[in-house]
Design a protein around this ligand. Structure first.
Ligand code: ATP
Length: 614
């Protein structure tokens, strides 16, 4: 199956108007406000300088030009000429100043919003990431925030300056030429109607386009991520076809967007030009009738030319604003997702302890599920013991395992570590007390050292960190790291893809071990290892982590046999706890689970090459 566009969570659909919507950015923009306001004032200054030029020219035409030149008094032209030159230079200088003033705060706001988004994403529970696709989050944190920056430093200023320029310009037109100004103003009626209709249409297309970009980014991400599977199943062409289909959809949306923008720009260009043509006829007639001076006529048309600029640009300014509004909506759809996994207001100290874990009457239901996965789970993990958790596939083992490090909160009941409900502890303390390793090991594009020491305190002296690193690698039977080109300093590729599955699992296990947690939760972390390596790992694990409490989600009889005790999960609750032997003797369901694990294991045994060969 080629990657398909992910199902997008229904947009919260901001009910706010565009102004209220973008005003939500205010807290992030506040530190940049002084420079943005200064940039705005510079822009307004530039615009007023442009509007002042026709005034000077009017005086030039009515005064020195009419009188001085007639008397060959060219010196009288000097001051108005210098004034026009001065105003022109001032306008250019202020535009340059505006650019310099706003560029820096714009990038600062973008970076701050991006950091806030990333922080929020880090804190949201795993269930959020199950629902949201990576591409959508990527496009929101990159594309949308880039759009917002451009709007902040250009579109917003342009919008304010255009509005002021049009308002002041129209006032000057009215003052200069009375009812001729009103004729020009009449052009504002179709302009407003067109702009309003355009805004309504464009908002929908802008949203579609930004969402489609996110889907496309997701397809790229999934295809790159799953490139081996696609290649192995010869589905590269299908993936390409699916990608081309999505790219084509986005292209069509972009064309619709550009078409709408072009229509409105043409209309907004045509209307003021037509209005100006009507004004020209009427103005010349008025001047001929002696109702309007030639100077006033010149000033009128020069002012109208200045006002026409922002009217023509209105289409672009509006579309930038609507794109920005969509970007704000998309940004806040993520930021408004509440994080249920917060620190308590009044946290209790975890204190000393050996990692005694108790699950009391625990129930858990996924947000989008009808039925709970767990209901009334009672399980005690005595300090320093290893408990294997077994059950049929889908019985909720991984779900139970993720409740211990508080990757999700129980729906009912409580999980306690050393007598404290994990919800009453700081998340940081819980994460330090509990280390996890999953079946699917996630490694980062960093050195082996950084990957393994991820959970180790940064304050630890370098020698102690080094000792942890080597001990963890030894426990996880990850001696292969010393054979890598730069040993533990070798940078492993994205997600450790340059390593074999078994090597990645052993590094993920080493990471959990290096953290020296009180409680170790292993969710089938040795599935890619051959039995011999698994036994060696488990034997070393038990020696080194004697004081650690372990919960191992077991999918193989060999893992089960190595645990001190076994807990059987069935129908959402713990059905029985005992040693492997006791349960084999006493529990039918356990015998059935073990028989199916054995059957699964035997049928997949040939998939596991001896690790030594890798
Ligand atoms: N994010 C999720 N949203 C909704 N339901 C989920 C989610 N994750 C898991 N489930 C469902 O919860 C149930 C238990 O899943 P879980 O992964 O805990 O089972 P498991 O015993 O670990 O399975 P396996 O042995 O196959 O790994 C399954 O029915 C699964 O479909």
């Amino acid at each position: 199956m080629p990657p398909v566009p992910p199902e997008r969570p229904a947009p919260a659909g901001s009910q706010l108007g565009t102004i209220a919507s973008v005003l939500r950015l205010l807290p992030a923009v506040r530190p940049a406000l002084p420079r943005l306001v200064a940039g705005l004032l510079a822009s307004l200054g530039a615009s007023l300088a442009a509007l002042a030029i026709p005034r000077v020219l009017q005086r030039l035409v009515e005064g020195p030009l009419a009188q001085g030149v007639a008397a060959h008094d060219y010196a009288a032209l000097l001051w108005p000429t210098l004034a026009v030159l001065g105003l022109g230079v001032t306008e250019a200088g202020l535009i340059l100043l505006r650019r310099n003033l706003v560029m820096y705060p714009g990038t600062r706001v973008e970076a701050a919003l991006r950091t806030q988004l990333f922080r929020h994403l880090q804190q949201l529970p795993a269930a959020f990431h199950d629902r949201w696709s990576g591409g959508q989050l990527l496009s929101r944190s990159m594309g949308d925030l880039g759009l917002l920056r451009r709007w902040l430093v250009f579109g917003l200023l342009q919008l304010v300056v255009s509005t002021v320029t049009i308002a002041v310009g129209v006032a000057l037109l009215l003052a200069t030429a009375g009812w001729l100004g009103l004729v020009y103003l009449a052009g504002a009626i179709p302009v407003t109607i067109i702009a309003f209709r355009f805004s309504r249409r464009y908002r929908v297309i802008a949203r579609l386009s930004q969402d489609q970009s996110g889907d496309l980014a997701n397809t790229v991400e999934e295809s790159v991520h799953g490139i081996r599977v696609l290649k192995a199943f010869g589905r590269g062409e299908d993936a390409l076809e699916s990608f081309s289909g999505q790219a084509e959809e986005l292209r069509r949306t972009e064309i619709r967007k550009a078409g709408n923008q072009a229509t409105v720009t043409t209309a907004l260009q045509l209307i003021p030009e037509l209005t100006l043509a009507v004004c020209l006829v009427l103005g010349v007639w008025q001047a001929a009738e002696g109702q309007l001076s030639v100077g006033a006529l010149v000033a009128f048309f020069l002012t109208a030319a200045v006002v026409n600029g922002p009217v023509v640009d209105l289409g672009m300014t509006l579309s930038m604003t609507l794109n920005a509004r969509t970007a704000v909506d998309r940004y806040f759809e993520v930021m408004d997702t509440p994080n249920p996994l917060t620190d308590p207001v009044d946290p209790v100290e975890l204190g000393e302890g050996r990692g005694h874990v108790v699950l009391r009457d625990v129930g858990f239901r996924y947000d989008d599920a009808q039925e709970p996965v767990l209901a009334g789970v009672d399980l005690e993990l005595p300090a320093g013991t290893t408990t294997a958790l077994v059950g049929l596939t889908g019985s909720g083992k991984s779900t139970l395992a993720m409740l211990v490090p508080r990757l999700a909160d129980v729906t009912t009941g409580a999980v306690e570590i050393d007598g404290h409900d994990v919800r009453h502890l700081r998340r940081h303390d819980v994460r330090r007390a509990v280390a996890v390793a999953f079946e699917d090991p996630t490694l980062f594009s960093a050195s082996v050292r950084d990957n393994v020491l991820l959970g180790v305190d940064d304050d630890l002296p370098p020698e102690a960190r080094e000792e942890r690193l080597h001990e963890a690698a030894e426990v996880a039977q990850a001696g292969f790291v010393h054979d890598l080109p730069h040993g533990v300093d070798t940078r492993i590729g994205e997600e450790g893809l340059s390593l074999s599955g078994g090597q990645r699992q052993r590094l993920a296990l080493a990471r959990a071990v290096a953290a020296r947690p009180r409680v170790l939760v292993l969710d089938d972390p040795l599935s890619a290892l051959d039995v011999t390596t698994e036994e060696a790992v488990t034997a070393r694990l038990r020696q080194v982590l004697e004081r650690t409490t372990s919960l191992i989600v077991a999918h193989r009889p060999s893992t089960v046999a190595l645990a001190d005790r076994v807990a059987v999960l069935a129908e959402g609750r713990i059905r029985a706890v005992g040693t492997h032997r006791e349960l084999l003797a006493a529990d039918d369901h356990y015998r059935y689970v073990i028989a199916s694990l054995e059957a699964d294991w035997q049928s997949s045994e040939h998939d596991h090459e001896p690790e030594a060969t890798r």
